[in-house]
Design a protein around this ligand. Sequence first.
Ligand code: SAM
Length: 209
Amino acid sequence: MKSLSETDKRALEIRKWDKAAESFDKINFGIERRYGGFKRELFSKCKGKTLLVAAGTGLDFQFFNEGLDIIAIDFSPKMVEKAKVKAKSYNGKLEARLADAQAMEFADESFDTVVTSCTFCSIPDPVKGFREIYRTLKPEGRLLMFEHVRPANFLLGAMMDLMTPISRVFGPNLNRRTADNARIAGFNIVREFNVYLDMVKLFEAVKGG
Ligand SMILES: C[S@@+](CC[C@H](N)C(=O)[O-])C[C@H]1O[C@@H](n2cnc3c(N)ncnc32)[C@H](O)[C@@H]1O
């Protein structure tokens, strides 16, 4: 059987998230009650020019402090369409834009802060995504992440490994080793906080070892 080219794989991923965009807000209803406080606390550390990577429909815009200068990217046109509508309600500068996190058009060292939220469960090549963030973050910049990751517990981890081939057909991977991937790209994780077990976490990272 002929294997898919990288272009075909990317197109399939985009189609998957375009489809997910239709019901995304309904499925994620209640996210504010569950995790809003944690996200708000993390996002309150945003300073200067800020990049939100894989913004989806923009559900997270509500967690940013007012008055920031934010670019929010996603590679799914349907997600971006919805994010553009939510961006209008933000009290500050917020541009939702179509872009691939694995190959961003931004110049080196463009951003003071980069934010991710359930991003690295979904980016097809996470290390490539982290390398792009590393490139576009200023030397003194900070990476803020709210992510679900593969749990360290043997049974739970194995369960996530088993479930991922199914979950990734419709949405995210459940077994990403996000801290390891960030370190491979050169990040130094300066804070790691467990929000739910060791599966949903907040991370703060800076450039360099
Ligand atoms: C699980 S959703 C999270 C959306 C949003 N951050 C949230 O928490 O509501 C994952 C998102 O990642 C986006 N995505 C996946 N790979 C991407 C890439 N290479 N570049 C940009 N966006 C990507 C998908 O289109 C989707 O909107």
